[in-house]
Write a protein that binds this ligand. Structure first.
Ligand SMILES: Cc1cc2nc3c(=O)[nH]c(=O)nc-3n(C[C@H](O)[C@H](O)[C@H](O)COP(=O)(O)O)c2cc1C
Length: 228
C-alpha cells in the first residue's frame, strides 16, 4: 500500500480498509438483458454476433475492447486489451503487429483466449481457440483504415520495447507515409481466432448468473449450462 494512502487512512476517524470498500461495491445496477438459453442457437457464432450487435446498440462503452491471452511454448502467460475487428460465422478477428510479444507467443503456441466484458449489460463472453493470420489483403485493409497517427505509431518503433526518441521516430514514420501513402508494414497482421469453446455469461439481478458454454465436437457444437 502506498505511504500517502496509509497516511490518509491514519487521519480518518474510522479508517476503512480497501478490502471492506471493495467488498461493499455493488455488482450490477439497473436493468439487465434476459438471456433465454432455451432459444439459443445450436452454434455459438451467430449468438456472438447477436451479443456484440446488442452491446453496440445499447451504447456500451467500448463494446469492442477485449482481452487477448496468449502464452509462450513454456506456458508463460500474458494478457492485454485489443480491439475486436470483426466476427463472422467462423472466427473472431483482431489486428496487431506480429513482431511484438503477442506475435511471438502466437508463433510459438497458436492458441489464444479472448474475453469480452460489458458491465452495463452484466455480460461476459469467454472464447478459446486456434489463432492464425488471416489473408494478407485483410491485414492491408485494416492497416490502411487506421488514422495517420496510429499508422505512424505502429511503424515508428518496435512494439513493447523500451521507448527511445518517440517524436523523431514518428516524424520519420510520417515522412514515409508522405512518400508512400499505401505503405503497409509486413508485420501488420489481421489475426483470426477460430473458437473451439465459447461461453456466454449473463448476470441476472444482483447475484444470479446464467452460463451457457458451447464446445466444438468435430464439425458440430455441443452446448450445456454450467454451474455458476
Ligand atoms: C482499449 C485498448 C485497445 C487496444 N487495441 C489494440 C489493438 O487493436 N492492437 C494492438 O496491437 N494493440 C492494442 N492495444 C494495446 C495493447 O493492449 C498492447 O499494449 C500492445 O498490443 C502490446 O502488446 P504485447 O506487448 O503483448 O504484444 C489496445 C489497448 C487498449 C487499452
Amino acid at each position: 500500500m502506498g505511504a500517502q494512502y496509509l497516511a490518509r487512512l491514519a487521519g480518518m476517524s474510522t479508517p476503512i480498509s480497501l478490502r471492506s470498500r471493495l467488498g461493499s461495491l455493488k455488482a450490477f445496477g439497473g436493468e439487465l438483458p434476459v438471456f433465454n438459453t432455451d432459444a439459443a442457437p445450436d452454434e455459438p457464432m451467430s449468438l456472438l454476433i447477436e451479443w456484440v450487435t446488442a452491446a453496440i446498440d445499447a451504447d456500451v462503452v467500448q463494446p469492442h475492447a477485449m482481452a487477448l491471452a496468449t502464452s509462450t511454448m513454456r506456458g508463460e502467460p500474458s494478457n492485454r486489451t485489443l480491439l475486436l475487428k470483426d466476427v463472422d460465422l467462423e472466427a473472431v478477428w483482431f489486428a496487431s503487429l506480429s513482431s511484438g510479444p503477442k506475435g511471438d507467443d502466437i508463433a510459438q503456441n497458436p492458441r489464444a483466449a479472448l474475453l469480452l466484458y460489458w458491465r452495463e449489460q452484466g455480460r461476459q463472453i469467454r472464447i478459446v481457440g486456434a489463432v492464425e493470420p488471416g489473408p494478407r489483403e485483410v491485414s492491408e485493409a485494416d492497416f490502411l483504415a487506421r488514422s495517420p497517427r496510429s499508422r505512424a505509431g505502429a511503424i515508428a518503433g518496435p512494439q513493447s520495447e523500451p521507448l527511445t526518441d518517440f517524436e523523431a521516430a514518428v516524424d520519420v514514420a510520417r515522412a514515409r507515409f508522405e512518400r508512400e501513402p499505401d505503405y503497409v508494414p509486413n508485420d501488420w497482421t489481421a489475426y483470426r481466432v477460430v473458437p473451439d469453446s465459447v461461453e456466454f455469461w449473463q448476470a441476472e439481478r444482483a447475484r444470479d448468473q446464467v452460463r451457457l458454454r458451447y464446445r466444438r465436437d468435430g464439425d458440430r457444437w455441443t452446448k450445456e449450462l454450467l454451474w455458476p
